[in-house]
Design a protein around this ligand. Structure first.
Ligand code: T1G
Length: 694
């Protein structure tokens, strides 16, 4: 491979070009190149150097693909120290995104110019790490500990304008990167600006109260993660020491984080969310046009999908039953957009334009005649959906993609209602649809390849994370949900408290336990699901029915102020309702069950084993392409803790043999859900991992 870092002489200015597509990551070759070019500059007659990145961005960080492998010298902090130690000025030009090690290279330079639109960030915590090349030691010296800690614990990207205001950037430019760098270098020369090493700067005074407040906020926002508070600790303790000592502290902490399972899990998630969209079946397949979107139904899902499309530059025609529903749907969308304006995510003028020029809400199906893609988001009933698809088949133009937002139902059966099943696909959004990133792209038996490609193209346009799913009841996400929810219900029937189950899973890392989620989604949803499943239930099949009692008592969860928890002024976030324990005890007695105690560990072990087992069945049957597709589905649609990497990654971490043992032990009670997945047994027998299938 050609050397990814090149040195060029331009009169008195030496230019160090970093050219390592796609994002100039500081691979071993780049680190070697940076050191070699710095040394070439030092020995050269050039008086000032410019570090510039080729392509769409400056250095976007260390090369993540090298993590977990044996580290090779020069390490990045050492390469940056070579640059900073130069006794002739070094200018760094930032375009695109200077992230992690890339921003640390900039901090090791003596002057920084940013192109307008460029951003910096220290997102290492998103990988279970902390800045490991000076970020925790140089940035506090430049802007203070608290502002620095806000940057490396939030992983937020900071704009060029804010960087200028903070003193991170010395100047902004509208030129291209090379010209911006040359102009800054000429300024340094003309004004005789000296070498200016950040490592030699002293740390501005720290507002201790603000620091304590930040630690509390970070701990609350990143429950279960180990790297965020570690990064603050290293910055605080390290900057009390001479720079080189502080760097040793940072390095030790960096390697400590590198060994954690959280780091492996979060890097797995980083690459998995990028891999889900790379599908062989759509490689080189041109998607169909995608500018005019039709939506059937203006309820919570239809309205959310409409907002997601409008905010992504698409025009929307939304169909509702009658004039009253048309108005209600329009107002719902207007309210959501107004909320985006209030939160500064959207300008008021832009909002007005979307409502007046891009959105049409009507009760006339005829308005869909030129739609490129139509998404049906009506009530979850096969009969209603079949009626809608019959109408769509009649009014939509040839080549229009007809999609259903069903979350469970058989897309093949829906497609069969049309004369163009090859144009039918499932696009399963998650509520709230303008917020949730996951999109299950459900490929039916006859769905054409370019329709699949169009589903993935829509996901990219809406900035969603798409996962390809096959057709079965509940596809990937909801099918697996049904199983681990049943496992939880059976543990409750056997004696666990639903509140203990929730607490144990929240400590494991879930934002909410299954019963708090049931209250949020609505007890009526669970009730309708149980009713829908009655015809398919086997005799003697165990499942929890106390939800039906709550339903009949009108306790539908948060929306009625009572479900499993009581939600009132005293406890807006909910407190356990002792009556629920009584209702469950009554069900146990009726079913002749003598309750027993469960430990939190056993609850987590069983819950996860059920999720992993069903995940393995879903992969084994080809409903999900790879185990990583299950992981991404659970991470982006079901609040699975990112620092665990997803259920299949977690299974590999704890060992598949152990998971299988838990399943076989739980299976002694005879519940179908504990039938071990053939794929899991196969992998255990072959001493293989789920990762080997990714
Ligand atoms: N290393 C290796 N590959 C990377 C990479 C990286 N840092 N960043 C991106 N890629 C690959 C990615 O997998 C994809 O590959 C392609 O580039 C395009 O990426 C010492 C330890 C820069 C904002 O965390 O956030 O520095 O799928 O699809 O949407 O302190 O990539 O095409 O084969 O995401 O335009 C810190 C991670 C590292 C930044 C561009 N840096 N990257 O987004 O493209 S840790 C990060 C991103 C560190 C030091 C520490 C984004 C992006 P493929 P993409 P994009």
């Amino acid at each position: 491979m050609e050397n990814p870092v090149r040195y060029e002489a331009h009169g008195d200015i030496g230019v160090i070009r970093v050219d390592n597509p796609p994002v100039n990551a500081t691979s071993h070759a780049v680190r070697e190149g940076l050191v070699a070019c710095a040394r070439e500059f030092a020995a050269s007659p050039q008086k000032v150097a410019v570090i510039v990145g080729e392509g769409r961005t400056f250095i976007a960080g260390a090369d993540i693909t090298e993590f977990g492998k044996a580290p090779r010298e020069p390490h990045l902090p050492d390469a940056i120290n070579v640059i900073e130690a130069l006794d002739k000025p070094v200018v760094c030009v930032i375009h695109g995104t200077a992230l992690g090690g890339g921003f640390e290279v900039a901090l090791g330079s003596h002057y920084r110019v940013m192109l307008r639109g460029a951003r910096i960030g220290l997102p290492e915590v998103n990988l279970g790490l902390l800045p490991g090349a000076g970020g925790t030691q140089r940035l506090p010296r430049l802007i203070g500990i608290v502002p620095a800690a806000e940057i490396f614990t939030s992983a937020k990207m900071i704009s060029a304008e804010d960087c200028l205001a903070l003193g991170i950037a010395d100047d902004l430019s509208n030129d291209d990167p090379f010209e911006a760098g040359m102009a800054m270098a000429r300024k340094v020369l003309a004004e005789g600006l000296p070498v200016r090493r950040v490592s030699e700067m002293s740390v501005p005074p720290t507002d201790e109260a603000a620091l304590e407040a930040l630690k509390k906020k970070v701990a609350r926002a990143n429950r279960g993660h180990v790297c965020h508070l570690k990064a603050i600790e290293v910055a605080v303790e390290g900057t009390k020491l001479p720079f080189t000592e502080g760097m040793k502290l940072e390095r030790a902490a960096f390697w400590e984080m590198m060994q954690t399972p959280q780091r492996a899990a979060m890097i797995h998630a980083f690459f998995a969310e990028r891999k889900v969209a790379s599908l062989p079946e759509i490689k080189g397949v041109e998607p169909r046009d995608l500018s005019k979107i039709g939506i059937i139904g203006g309820g919570t899902m239809g309205g959310g999908i409409a907002v997601s499309c409008l905010l992504s530059g698409l025009s929307v025609t939304l169909i509702e039953r009658d004039a009253e529903s048309v108005e209600k749907a329009h107002n719902g969308i207007a309210r959501t957009l107004a909320d985006s304006v209030k939160r500064g995510k959207l300008g008021a003028e832009a909002r007005d334009m979307l409502l007046s020029e891009r959105l049409l809400v009507t009760d006339s199906y005829g308005k869909l005649s030129d739609a490129d893609l139509v998404i049906e988001a009506v009530f979850e009933s096969m009969e209603v959906k079949k009626d809608v698809f019959t109408k769509l088949d009649a009014v939509c133009k040839p080549g229009a993609v007809l999609a259903s937002n069903t979350s469970y139902l058989d897309v093949d059966e829906i497609a069969a209602m049309t004369k163009r099943p090859e144009d039918v696909i499932g696009l399963h959004f998650f509520s709230p649809a303008h917020v949730m990133k996951l999109l299950e792209v459900v490929v039916a038996a006859k769905t054409a390849k370019d329709v699949v490609a169009t589903g993935f193209a829509l996901a990219k346009k809406l900035k969603k994370v798409p996962v390809r799913a096959g057709v079965c009841d509940g596809f990937i996400g909801n099918r697996i949900l049904k199983t681990y929810r049943t496992a939880a219900d059976i543990m409750v029937l056997e004696g666990a408290s639903p509140f203990q189950v929730d607490k144990a899973l929240e400590e494991f890392g879930f934002a909410m336990g299954p019963y708090a989620v049931a209250d949020l989604a609505g007890i009526d949803i669970g009730y309708l699901t149980r009713k829908r499943l009655v015809p398919t239930r086997k005799p003697g099949e165990r499942f929890g029915e106390w939800g039906d009692v709550l339903y009949e008592l009108g306790r539908l969860g948060r929306k009625t102020g009572r479900g499993h928890y009581i939600y009132d002024d005293e406890t807006p976030k909910g407190r356990p309702d002792p009556e629920v324990e009584e209702i469950i005890a009554k069900e146990r007695r009726a079913k002749g069950i003598t309750p027993r105690d469960f430990t939190d560990a056993e609850i987590v072990e069983r819950y996860m084993a059920a999720m992993i087992n069903e995940g393995a069945k879903v992969v084994g049957e080809g409903i999900a392409q790879r185990p990583l597709d299950v992981d991404v589905t659970k991470l982006y649609g079901y609040g699975f803790p990112r620092f665990r990497g997803g259920p299949m990654h977690y299974a590999d971490e704890i060992g598949l043999a152990k998971v299988l043992a838990t399943i076989e032990e739980a299976g002694k009670a005879g519940d179908d859900i504990w039938e071990p997945a053939p794929l899991l047994k196969e992998l255990v027998a072959g001493d293989k991992t789920f990762a080997s299938l990714n």
